[in-house]
Structure formats: C-alpha cells, structure tokens
Design a protein around this ligand. Structure first.
Ligand code: ATP
Length: 276
C-alpha cells in the first residue's frame, strides 16, 4: 500500500509546464534561435541565469562553456522547455516557445546528454525508441553513422541483444554511441548536446567524436562543450559564469582576449583533449 501511495503521488503530479490552448505548430526550423533577457531561478531569490542574451543562426555550432554550476545545463533545459524562463523569452524563428505545442517544439529538438536513458530492451528497440515500426535498414544506417554497428554485430544476438537495466551490459562509450544513433534516427534540425566529461579511453573517444561529427552535420547545434575540438570548430562560443554571459566570440578571439575563456582553456580543454 505504501508503494502504491508513492506511485499515485507521482501519477497525480500536475506538471508546472503546460501547453497553451491553440498552441502554434512549427513544423520546420528556418532561421534562428534567440534567448532574450532570459532570467531563471530554481529557488526564488537565487538567480541561476541573469539577463542572458544570445542568437544561434541556422546551421551554426554554438558552444557554451563555463565553470561547474555556471548555468549551462539550465540554459539547455530552457531551450527544450523543461522549465519556463521567469523573465525574458526563448524564441525559435521569432515564435516564443511558450506559444508552441510540445509536440512541434520537441519534434524540432534532439538531445544527447551525459545521462543516456536506455531501457532494458533490445539494442534495436533502444535505437528506434519513439519511432516504432521503423524498418531495420534505417536502424542499421543510424548505428553505422554512430560508429555503433561494429560492436552491435559482435554481441551475442546482434541488434536483438538485451542490454540490461540502463544499459549496464555496455561500456560508457557504447552507451553514448547508442544515444547518438537514436538522435540520428530522429533526425531533428536542432541538436542539444551535452558532451561527456568522463574520460573514455582514446580509441573509444575517437569513435564517439566521429559519431558526434556525423550527428552535427547539417544541423544547428547547442553544445555544452568539454572538448577542445568542439570549441575550435564552433562558430560562436559563449562563456557563462554565475549565470551571466561574460564573453562571446570564436576560439581564436577569446584566446586573444586573454580572459575567463583563456583561463578555462588552460585548465580544462588542454588537459581533456591533448590529442586534438
Ligand atoms: P556543470 O558543468 O557542473 O554541469 P552547469 O553549468 O551545467 O554545471 P547547472 O546544472 O545549470 O550548471 O546549474 C546551475 C546552478 O543551478 C547550480 O548552482 C546548481 O546547483 C543549481 N541547480 C541545478 N539544477 C537545480 C535544481 N533542479 N534545483 C535547484 N537548483 C538547481
């Protein structure tokens, strides 16, 4: 009974984020994403983002860097509308995301985060999650582009292998590549990517990096960057600290400026990506 009570407590929870009546359907992403004077706090009075302004043009790789707790993941969560901004607005092609239907907003966005949500099911079903009925050729194509096909066919039952709860039977790099294959299947125009901080061995690192490069091709990417190769390739970088944008520019511009980015770069990227 006490377990049932807890289950119903969850089932009865009313979401804070609700869809407007007659919400707009955006089927295509054409031009740009904007954050305008965005402010956000989890706890009243403790601002996590303060007057954040930026613009991401279609096709750009937009990298967000900053120390731990700066507000990077929060900005990503606001773009996917897991939370609503307290002040200001997040716009896609000029439409406030609060005015869009969840289906159309989330349909435009794919996410690859550090915490890959995998189910105790077959590899095939984990890749095609959300797209039941997709044919196997498409799944294999996605797995190939994600550098996952080789390790999958080496498993006992290939694409029908069960991966255990949360994918325990796979390595960290393999789990990441399945998450990338899943995003490739969805094929969204906008990608939110939270690069893993945990170190992979160098072979696995190369495979994941290649898979990510395939995934970013022809997309607009908002990436929480931890790798030197990512910031080098980014069209724009913003540096956040304490919820505020401290610097904006390209890798070379920011290194030249000799500010916070240069400090973070010396500490973080050089160490984490010696080979790049
Ligand atoms: P990291 O690089 O460590 O992942 P980050 O820059 O992504 O950090 P956020 O996760 O956005 O930082 O967190 C920003 C601030 O908000 C931190 O002070 C954090 O403790 C706080 N915070 C994050 N999530 C919540 C939450 N659900 N409830 C309350 N506070 C939170």
């Amino acid at each position: 009974l006490s377990a049932a009570e807890r289950v119903f407590l969850v089932l009865d929870t009313k979401p804070d984020i609700v869809e407007k009546e007659n919400a707009a359907q955006l089927v295509e992403f054409k031009e740009k994403i904007e954050f305008k004077e965005v402010e956000f706090s989890y706890v009243p009075g403790e601002k996590v983002l303060n007057k954040v302004n930026f613009e991401i043009k279609k096709g750009e790789i937009f990298a967000v860097v900053g120390p731990s707790g700066a507000g990077k993941s929060t900005a990503a969560d606001l773009l996917a509308r897991f939370y609503d901004a307290d002040e200001g607005s997040v716009l896609i092609d000029g439409v406030d995301i609060k005015d869009m239907s969840f289906k159309s907003l989330r349909g435009l966005i794919g996410m690859v985060t550090q915490e890959t949500i995998l189910f105790n099911d077959t590899i095939k079903n984990n890749i095609s999650y959300g797209h039941p009925g997709d044919d196997e050729t498409k799944i294999i194509e996605a797995a190939k582009a994600a550098n996952a096909h080789e390790f999958i066919v080496r498993q006992k039952d290939g694409y029908d292998t069960l991966i255990g709860d949360r994918g325990v039977r796979l390595s960290g790099g393999q789990r990441q590549r399945l998450a990338i294959a899943r995003a490739l299947m969805k094929n969204p125009p906008i990608l939110i990517l939270d690069e893993a901080t945990s170190a992979l061995d160098s072979e696995s690192e190369i495979l994941v990096q290649e898979a990510l490069n395939n995934l970013m091709k022809n997309r607009t990417t908002f990436v929480i960057a931890h790798r030197l190769s990512t910031v080098r390739n980014a069209d724009k970088i913003i540096v956040i600290e304490g919820g505020e944008i401290k610097e904006k520019g390209t890798h070379d511009e920011l290194i030249g400026a000799g500010g916070l980015y240069k400090k973070l770069y010396d500490m973080q990227f050089k160490l984490s990506d010696k080979g790049a």
